[in-house]
Design a protein around this ligand. Structure first.
Ligand SMILES: [Zn+2]
Length: 107
């Protein structure tokens, strides 16, 4: 009788561990689905005004410019590239023309 009870407890613990593992997998899948949903919803949209960003080539970097508020979005590593090439002068000059659209105002 005692051995049976231990066996039952072992089976119960195994079942509980299996359920927990299954639940964890389901939560991970939901989390991934939520990440995909948010990415689809926000991809290439301005974080300030929600308009669709326009990719613009600026020297060796492709920046994403908001046509509405003129905000600029940089992908990972692009700021480093900009800073590295800043000394050469050509990158900022071409960016200023693009961002300001010919108007003279501070960055
Ligand atoms: Zn914007």
């Amino acid at each position: 009788m005692k051995a049976n009870r231990l066996e039952d407890e072992y089976i119960w613990v195994q079942e509980l561990q299996n359920r927990m593992a299954r639940l964890e997998k389901e939560q991970q899948a939901e989390s991934e689905a939520e990440k995909r949903r948010l990415k689809d919803l926000h991809w290439m949209h301005c974080p300030k005004c929600g308009q669709t960003l326009s990719p613009e080539q600026c020297g060796s970097v492709e920046i994403d410019v908001c046509p509405s508020c003129k905000g600029v979005w940089l992908d990972m590593g692009e700021l480093g590239t900009i800073v590295e090439t800043a000394g050469k002068g050509s990158f900022f000059h071409s960016c200023l023309k693009l961002i300001r659209g010919g108007k003279s105002r501070p960055i």
